[in-house]
Write a protein that binds this ligand. Structure first.
Ligand code: RVP
Length: 501
C-alpha cells in the first residue's frame, strides 16, 4: 500500500517568524551571514564558505560569467549553467577566474562593416554607449576603433552609414597594454580625459575595457568572495551523463564548486557521478534535488558535500503539474534539515543544505534559513537584474527581462530531467516567461540583505546558526494571510513617490 504523509506539504508563505527579545547589541550591522557550502567535521571549519547565503540558479537565463562576477563581488556564489557545451562552460569559468575588478570584457562589439542602425540597436539592447569595433566583431578580435555617442548624430547621419566612416579609428585611440594595473589604467584615463580605455595585447587584439566610472565603484566590495589567488569563487552545474568529460575541463579551468543539476536527484546516476568526482578531484560537489530524508541520506552516503533541496517549487517550473511529483518547499527543507541534524549527531559531519526554488519574497529566504537551510538558490530573483544574461525588453510600457526554465523547450536541457533511456526532451517541465526588470544586482541585494538582517534582529539572532537555534515559527491560517497584507484601506496609486516633509 502506498505511504501517506500525515501532514500536507507546505510552502514558505504559510509561515511567519515570531520575534524574540532583541537586545541592544543585536543590530543589523552586527549580523554575520557567512555560511558553509561544503561538509565539515565537528569543531572544524568548512573548506568553502560564502559570505551571504545566496547562490544563483544553474540556468541559461541566470548564471553566466557576468552574473557570477557580480554575485561574487557581493559575497555569494553562482553556479554557471550546464546546458551548454563543455568548452563554452569551461571558458566561462576561466573568464570569472581571470576577471579583475575594473577590467571589463567588452559586451557590445561590431565589425567596421556594420552600420549606424546596428549601433543604435546594440545600444538599445545592452544600454552601453561604448562599442568596440573589431575585425571579427568579437570581444577579443583585432581592435580597429571605438564608437561612442560622440561619434555620430542621429539627426544628420543616415542609418546605413558604415561604422568604419564614423568610429574613432585605432590610430586615434589611446590604448593601454594588457598586464597594466588598474591604477596605471586610471592614470591614463585621467591624463587623457577619457571615458574608457581599451587594453590590447601585442597583436592589437582587444582584451579589456577600463571605464572611468568603474574605478570608485570597484573599491567598495567589502564582502567579495575571493580564493587564495584573489580570483572570484565560482561554481558550475554538471549532469550525470557527460561528467567524465565535463568535470575535468571545469576543474582545469579553475572551478571551485560543482553541483549536479537535476530536478530529481534521488538516483543511482547521481551517486555514481558524486563517487567519480570524489575519487578523481579535490573539488566541492553538491547533489540533488531531493525533498526527503531518504534522498538526503542516499546522496550523502555517496559522498556529496552539500545537498540541494526542492522539486517543483521554481517560479518557471511545471514539474508538479506535468508529472505530479514534488513537495511544498517549506516541508521539504524542514525534513531534510532534520535529517541533516540527525546525521550530524550520529557522525559529527555537518552537510550543508541549499533550499532551491520558490523564493518570492525576501522573508522567504529568512524562513528557509530559520528552517535549517544553510543557503538558498535563486533563479527568478537574479533574472531580473542588469547582470543576468537575458534580453531586456519593453512590454506595455514596462521593462521586463526574459526568464525561461531549463525544462522548457527553449533551454532543451534534457539532461536535467533525464530518467535514463532516450536522450531527448519528450515533454516540457518549464515555461518561457518574463520577469519585471529590477535594476542592478547590487542595489537589489543590498535591499534584500537589509530586510533579512533586520529580521534576524527581530528574532534576536546575529548569525544563521543562531537563528536556526532560536527561531520560533508559526503556521498562519488562510484568514490571517489576508491580515498580513495591506487591507481595508484604499491604496494610493503610487505609494513609492509618497513623501512626508
Ligand atoms: P526560482 O528561483 O523560483 O525561479 O527557481 C529556480 C529553480 O527552479 C532552479 O534553481 C531550478 O531548481 C528550478 N528550475 C529550473 N528550470 C526549471 C524548469 O524548467 N522546470 N526549474
Amino acid at each position: 500500500m502506498a505511504y501517506y504523509y500525515s501532514e500536507p506539504s507546505r510552502t514558505f508563505s504559510e509561515y511567519l517568524l515570531v520575534p524574540n527579545l532583541t537586545t541592544k547589541d543585536c543590530t543589523p550591522d552586527k549580523v554575520d551571514l557567512t555560511t558553509p557550502i561544503a561538509k565539515f567535521k565537528r569543531g572544524e571549519k568548512s573548506p568553502l564558505e560564502i559570505k551571504i547565503p545566496f547562490s544563483s540558479a544553474v540556468m541559461q537565463a541566470v548564471s553566466d560569467d557576468r552574473l557570477a562576477v557580480a554575485l561574487a563581488q557581493n559575497g555569494g556564489i553562482s553556479f554557471l549553467f550546464g546546458s551548454q557545451s563543455i568548452s563554452s562552460q569551461a571558458e566561462m569559468v576561466k573568464k570569472v577566474k581571470a576577471f579583475k575588478a575594473g577590467f571589463v570584457i567588452s559586451r557590445s562589439n561590431l565589425k567596421p562593416q556594420h552600420t549606424l542602425k546596428d549601433v543604435l540597436e546594440l545600444k538599445e539592447l545592452h544600454g552601453h554607449s561604448t562599442i568596440a569595433v573589431t575585425e571579427d566583431g568579437s570581444a577579443t578580435g583585432k581592435l580597429l576603433g571605438i564608437v561612442t555617442a560622440r561619434d555620430y548624430r542621429i539627426s544628420r547621419d543616415p542609418l546605413d552609414k558604415p561604422v568604419s566612416e564614423f568610429m574613432t579609428p585605432f590610430e586615434a585611440l589611446i590604448c593601454g597594454k594588457v598586464g597594466m594595473s588598474l591604477k596605471e589604467a586610471n592614470d591614463l584615463i585621467w591624463e587623457h580625459k577619457l571615458n574608457s580605455l581599451p587594453l590590447i595585447d601585442d597583436n592589437q587584439n582587444l582584451v579589456y575595457l577600463v571605464f572611468r566610472k568603474d574605478y570608485d565603484r570597484n573599491k567598495e566590495f567589502p564582502n567579495e568572495l575571493l580564493d587564495s589567488e584573489k580570483s572570484y569563487i565560482v561554481g558550475a552545474g554538471i549532469n550525470s551523463r557527460d561528467y567524465k568529460e565535463r568535470v575535468p575541463a571545469l576543474v582545469e579551468a579553475g572551478v571551485d564548486a560543482l553541483v549536479i543539476d537535476s530536478s530529481d536527484g534521488y538516483t543511482e546516476w547521481q551517486a555514481e557521478t558524486v563517487q567519480y568526482v570524489k575519487e578523481h578531484f579535490d573539488v566541492v560537489i553538491g547533489a540533488g534535488n531531493v525533498v526527503d530524508r531518504e534522498g538526503f541520506r542516499y546522496l550523502v552516503g555517496a559522498g556529496a558535500d552539500f545537498i540541494k533541496v526542492g522539486i517543483g517549487g521554481g517560479s518557471i517550473c511545471i514539474t508538479r503539474e506535468q508529472k505530479g511529483i514534488g513537495r511544498g518547499q517549506a516541508s521539504a527543507v524542514q525534513e531534510v534539515a532534520q535529517a541533516r541534524d540527525e546525521y550530524y549527531a550520529e557522525t559529527g559531519i555537518y552537510v550543508p543544505i541549499c533550499s532551491d526554488g520558490g523564493i518570492v519574497h525576501d522573508y522567504h529566504i529568512t524562513l528557509a534559513l530559520a528552517m535549517g537551510a544553510d543557503f538558498v538558490m535563486l533563479g527568478r530573483y537574479f533574472a531580473r537584474f542588469d547582470e543576468s544574461p537575458t534580453k531586456k525588453v519593453k512590454i506595455g510600457g514596462n521593462f521586463v527581462k526574459e526568464y525561461w526554465g531549463e525544462g522548457s523547450n527553449r533551454a532543451r536541457n534534457w539532461e536535467r530531467y533525464d530518467t535514463g533511456g532516450k536522450t531527448t526532451l519528450l515533454f516540457e517541465e518549464g515555461v518561457d516567461s518574463y520577469v519585471p526588470y529590477a535594476g542592478t544586482l547590487r542595489e537589489n541585494l543590498d535591499k534584500s540583505l537589509g530586510i533579512i538582517k533586520s529580521t534576524f534582529c527581530n528574532c534576536g539572532s546575529l548569525s544563521i546558526h543562531d537563528l536556526q537555534e532560536k527561531a520560533r515559527i508559526t503556521l498562519v491560517s488562510a484568514t490571517s494571510l489576508v491580515e498580513g497584507g495591506a487591507h481595508d484601506v484604499i491604496l494610493k496609486e503610487n505609494t513609492s513617490t509618497f513623501h512626508v516633509d
